[in-house]
Structure formats: C-alpha cells, structure tokens
Write a protein that binds this ligand. Structure first.
Ligand code: KE4
Length: 426
C-alpha cells in the first residue's frame, strides 16, 4: 500500500469520505486520492514525492501557477502585519476598487469567503430587492451548495425543482425553477408563465460544472432581455470564469451586463476570497445600508486579500490572456491529435485558460450531451495520465485549467503522456 492509500484509510476515520470536499475523493474515477504535500509553478508533489503536472490548479485559482514568488512575498508581508482583525482594512478598499475597475458592472462589491456564500447572498439580495421568491437556474450549472440551489429539474422541465440533496426542505426548492441550459425558447416560456414572480436568473455563462459547455450568445442575450422586461435580476456566476476566460470575465465576451456578478477562485489567488457585486441601487439593499442581511467573520481577511490583490495585479500584465489562452489551445490540439492517432473518440474545447475534454465525437452543447460521454474511457485516461505524472480533474463533469506557467515544454510532456495513454484505452 503506498502512502496515499495509507493516509486515505486514516483520513476516512476522522473526515467524512476522507476529504473536505466530495470531488477530491476520486469516487467517480476510483482509486485513492493523491495527498498533495507541496506545489510550485505547474507542478504538485504528493506525499510519496511523485510529481504531477497540475490541470486542476485548486479548481481554478492558481492561474499564475503555484506559489508565484511575488504572491508569496505579499502573503508573508501581510502575515507579518497581522492575520485577522475583524475590522475594516485598506486592502479591502483597494481590492474592491480593482475589481470594479476590471468588472465595471460591479459598482459596489461585498467580499465573502467562498463562492457558495457569494451565490447564497446574491440570491437573497435578488429576492430582497425585487420582493419576489422564484429563481431560475439551469440543469448542469453549479453555484455552490446553498439550499435554494441544490435542486434538480422537476419531473418535467418547466416545473419546480426537487431537492438534489438530503436535508433540503421541498418548501425551499419549490421556488426554484430548473431549466435546460442553452434553451432560450424554454426560458421565454418560463417568463411567460411566471415572469412577474421571478426574482432572478442565475447562470454560468460558460458552464464549468458539467465539464466546459459554452453558453450561446442567443441564450445569454435572451435572459438579459427577459430579466430587464420583467424586472428580474440577472446574476452571472463568474466564480470560475471571472479572470479565467478573459481579464474582464465572461460578461465581457458576451457583451452582457449582469445586475449582480459572483466572483471567487482567482480573486483569492488560492486563499478564501469570493465576492458578489453589482448595480449600486441593488447593493445598497445589503446590510448595514439596507434590509438584506449578510455578514462574515473572515470576510475580507487581510492575508487572503493580500494574496488576491497580488494575483489581480499580475494577471494584468500585457499579453497575459493571449498567452494563457494559447497554451490551453495547444493542449487541446495536442490531446485531440493523440486521441485521433489512437482511434479513441475524443474532442476538446477551451475558452481562455479554461478547457474541457470529452470522450465524445462532438463538443457538447448542453447537459444531455455531456451525459453521453464515455465514463469508462475517461476513467482509463485519468488513471493512465495520473500514473504518467499528469493530474486532471478526477471527474468527467469538471472543467480543467492551465496556468501561465504551463509552458510549451510542460504541454508537450502532457501530450507525450497522452499518446501512450490513449493507446492503452479499450
Ligand atoms: P465554493 O463554495 O466551492 O468556493 O464555490 C462554489 C462555486 C460557485 N460557482 C461556480 C461556478 C463554481 O464552479 C463553484 C465551485 N466549483 C467547484 C469545482 N467545480 C469547486 C470544487 C469543489 O467543490 O471542491
């Protein structure tokens, strides 16, 4: 038994499933998760000191690569001044100004500690601002684990959602309408039926939690028009896409202005910083200005903010996103060619520094397409690559990420490993 397996046995004695977040348990791919001991640049090393090229990057935050010296210097400087005060700090003002500069739709910004908190707060704010209860989300999108959002489509679409988790009362999910992603016609029907009762629509404009699935321009533009027409708020969840697909987020690529935007991951640079923000007249409803309560002991923590701020400064270097997107495209092109040579049905896509790999003939356009992917082929690929020192997300329903440290040499090593792995797939 290697040290990862031994530690996993110990972990399961004291932590549910041995992990602090379910996807880390390798349940859908099988085998023992790797317990990571250190990381630098595009690499991580597990407790057996085995090196991996990392395409998870802490699920997105490590866009500069792990432990960029300039970021860790900012962290050490902040720690030396104090770890947490529970009081206002200059850093919170500076990072809010930086976020507003980069995402102008966020006229005011409230920092929280996780994407879940950002989503939960944004939904409450939309309900408080509009005085309405119904919300619309889309099958395959994930916005954190708050009760209103742990919902699967009802018996038929255009019905209210049913809880997708134990412990969530039906009385909460009955206000959540779950629709098909990329189906603008169905969205029109939902607004025709309930338009004046809908508080908000919440969406990942590029979905990253059913693997990468691109929202269509028509889909995103239609929801903007319908929200405006019916007085509902459009919440664009950019926890994953923010500063990942482009410097100014997915909203800048679609040319759509949300009423509220959620951010996370990159804005913390690997530390727990997330945010929600939007139009001033909406944000002024948030306590202490208005009646919608929201709070957090470690919101805007000075050390976490220092890490996020250092990251946000460095991603603004000229050419950063052209290079980042180029590396993701090289990866996808190389993997696709390797699969073709081996005769394995496979395709891939990328948007900026975010990518999807699919054991399908064609790039998925929605949840139903993604569900047709060959899970067995994915699992063989995942483990074959892991053995060869390449760490992809341990789930076929996750997007992947590159950092600015994923150089041509790193990409080429990945493709070499893939050539050997694809040949083994049966
Ligand atoms: P957190 O509460 O995990 O910080 O963020 C929730 C969230 C909200 N919105 C989007 C678009 C997200 O992708 C996430 C979290 N993403 C997952 C990865 N698919 C985090 C990994 C995990 O759950 O361990």
């Amino acid at each position: 038994m290697d040290r990862n397996e031994a530690l996993f046995d110990r972990a399961r004695e004291v932590i549910p499933g041995g992990v602090n977040s379910p996807v880390r348990a390798f349940r859908s791919v099988g085998g023992a998760p790797r317990f990571i001991r250190r990381a630098k640049g595009p690499y991580m090393w597990d407790i057996d000191d085995k090196q991996y090229i990392d395409y998870v990057l802490s699920w997105g935050p490590m866009i500069l690569g792990h432990n960029d010296d300039r970021v860790t210097a900012a962290l050490h400087e902040a720690v030396d001044r104090g770890i947490s005060f529970g009081a206002a700090t200059e850093g919170e003002v500076v990072i809010a100004e930086e976020i507003r500069k980069l995402v102008p739709s966020m006229e005011e910004v409230r920092l929280v500690s996780s994407g879940t908190e950002a989503g939960m707060s944004a939904i409450r704010l939309a309900r408080g601002y509009t005085g309405r209860n119904k919300i619309v989300k889309f099958e395959g999108c994930y916005h954190g684990h708050s009760d209103s959002l742990l919902v699967k489509a009802g018996s038929g679409l255009l019905t209210f959602g049913n809880p997708s988790s134990a412990g969530v009362p039906a009385g909460i999910t009955e206000h959540t309408i779950v629709l098909e992603y990329n189906n603008p016609e169905q969205l029109r029907e939902a607004f025709a039926k309930w338009g004046d009762d809908i508080a908000c629509v919440i969406v990942e404009a590029f979905a990253g939690n059913m693997n990468l699935v691109r929202g269509t321009q028509e889909f995103i533009s239609t929801m903007r028009e319908l929200c405006t027409k019916h007085g509902a708020l459009l919440i664009v969840d950019e926890v994953m896409t923010g500063f990942r697909v482009a410097l100014h987020g997915a909203q800048s690529l679609f040319g759509v202005t949300p009423d509220i935007t959620m951010l996370g991951k990159v804005i913390g640079g690997g530390m727990p910083v997330a945010a929600f923000g939007g139009r001033r007249d909406i944000m002024e409803k948030i306590a202490p200005c208005g009646p919608v309560y929201q709070a957090g002991t470690l919101s805007g923590n000075p050390v976490a903010v220092a890490c996020g701020l250092a990251t946000l400064k460095l991603i603004q270097e000229p050419g950063f996103y052209e290079k980042l997107g180029g590396q993701a495209q090289k990866l996808i092109a190389g993997l696709t060619e390797a699969a073709r040579e081996a005769g394995v049905p496979f395709c891939g896509d990328s948007v900026g520094g975010m990518f999807g790999i699919y054991f399908l003939e064609n790039i998925p356009k929605g949840f139903a397409d993604v569900m047709k992917a060959d899970q067995n082929h994915f699992n063989q690929f995942f483990h074959g690559m892991l053995e060869r020192g390449v760490y992809f997300a341990p789930s076929t329903f996750e997007a992947g990420f590159v950092s600015i440290q994923h150089t041509d040499e790193v990409i080429e090593r990945t493709i070499e490993a893939a050539r050997a792995t694809f040949r083994e797939i049966k």
